[in-house]
Design a protein around this ligand. Sequence first.
Ligand SMILES: Nc1ncnc2c1ncn2[C@@H]1O[C@H](COP(=O)(O)OP(=O)(O)OP(=O)(O)O)[C@@H](O)[C@H]1O
Ligand SMILES: [Mg+2]
Length: 266
Amino acid sequence: MDKIQDAIAKARATRAQQPGATGSSAASKGNALWQALPSHTPSQRRLARNRIVAVETSRRATDFDVIRTRLLQQMQANNWKRVAITSPTAGCGKSTMVMNIAFSLARMEEHRTIVAEVDMRRPSLAKSLGLPNHHRFADVLAGHSPFEEHAARIGDNLVFTTNDGPVHASAELLQSARTGQTLDEIERLYAPTVMLFDTPPMMTGDDTMAFLSRVDCVLIIAAAEQSSIKQIDNCERDIASQTNVMGVILNKCRYIDPDKAYGYYG
Ligand SMILES: Nc1ncnc2c1ncn2[C@@H]1O[C@H](COP(=O)(O)OP(=O)(O)OP(=O)(O)O)[C@@H](O)[C@H]1O
Ligand SMILES: [Mg+2]
């Protein structure tokens, strides 16, 4: 386990040392690039229909704001930037969680968040947000297209890069050296403070396992009355063999508290 932690720390330190990875010059260069990305304004009705409630401060947004703040505290304490969100099985609420955390982060001016859809088997973010349906982040990762042709900016400090449909041989793409280089390049150029990755479920293929070494930490979304303790345990163990487990969020809880749909176990 120590070896893994050492390897993760080394990879992070290498990324931090890349020219332009940190500092105000990277940030100002990044600013111009952010402004140049095509902007998108999602409709309120579409957001509400898809349970995206954290766009503005409200009582319903509070659960996500709490998760955002705990996430930021852990990230800052550990110098983490890349967070993957996964779950044991399908439909636990990963994509909904990613979008709500992203909008919650976007209400903090000092943060710049890039959300990347690496769920290439059942991509859903473009539909939920009404984003252009010709975007294909897989082509960016494969080195076939530039990032700016497959990314949309919402407001000043939130960018989504998504996929217009299922991607062939996604596990091979996600573990290719090219994917690692492309992600490093996006991070270097755009200087985000947070990168969120919406990944597929752990138990439905090897895509997420193939990608985990590229992130600093992972948030697991379990669904009440759906995810078993054994599934969550296995998931945690598999993730811990590759990177840091940030915590488990119990989603879709009906019986905790009428006002709270989430339980967080750090
Ligand atoms: N807290 C919640 N309470 C009730 N329904 C929810 C909650 N979170 C998400 N959902 C609903 O559950 C369904 C699945 O959510 P979502 O698409 O976010 O899950 P997912 O884990 O990304 O699924 P997939 O594995 O297919 O990518 C959606 O209809 C979503 O609106
Ligand atoms: Mg999803």
